[in-house]
Design a binder for this molecule. Structure first.
Ligand SMILES: CC(C)(COP(=O)(O)OP(=O)(O)OC[C@H]1O[C@@H](n2cnc3c(N)ncnc32)[C@H](O)[C@@H]1OP(=O)(O)O)[C@@H](O)C(=O)NCCC(=O)NCCS
Length: 140
């Protein structure tokens, strides 16, 4: 997961201990979904992942990454579809996320999955400073 994230400039970049917490912390409730498949070089490994947490009754997608060589094959849509199916089955109602304003690929991806722009967070990101666009999806 770390290797994929490091190779992806627009992914959220976390310290390794934050990934450890994904698998060890009991609260908040989290979901991590991974796609393990053959990569472009023929090697089998993690080609994509999604991490989300439940915050105050809503689900937040914290990170979603598909390896650069494996994009536009429907794997992102597959991760998102699986995640939405899971949370809907347990009564989840809303998913939200923040994305850099300039991350047009991810914004097109979320819009394709029917997320709706629901707000902006001024100067939310640093290095470089940039606004966050907030997207929401009702899954109920
Ligand atoms: C966003 C991301 C996860 C999408 O994964 P993916 O596997 O390439 O997406 P999919 O193949 O499932 O695409 C589904 C649809 O989203 C839209 N889409 C995805 N990438 C797009 C792009 N670069 N430009 C325009 N539309 C895009 C398209 O409508 C696409 O359907 P189509 O291929 O039939 O036209 C991937 O681009 C990625 O890992 N980006 C880097 C990390 C990142 O920025 N994550 C988001 C942090 S908030």
């Amino acid at each position: 997961m770390l290797a994929l994230e490091r190779d992806s400039a627009t992914a959220s970049h976390w310290q390794p201990d934050r990934y450890d917490k994904v698998f060890s912390e009991v609260s908040p409730r989290r979901v991590a979904l991974l796609i393990e498949a053959e990569g472009t070089g023929g090697e089998v490994g993690v080609q994509g992942f999604l991490v989300a947490r439940s915050v105050a009754g809503e689900w937040e997608i914290e990170n979603i990454v598909v390896g650069e060589g494996s994009r536009r094959r429907g794997w992102g849509r597959c991760l998102l579809g699986e995640f939405i199916g899971m949370i809907r089955a347990e009564g989840g109602e809303t998913v939200f996320l923040e994305v850099r304003e300039s991350n047009f690929a991810a914004r097109a991806f979320y819009q394709d999955s029917h997320f709706v722009e629901s707000g902006r967070r001024k100067g939310y990101y640093s290095h470089p400073e940039e606004d966050a666009v907030v997207y929401r999806l009702s899954v109920a």
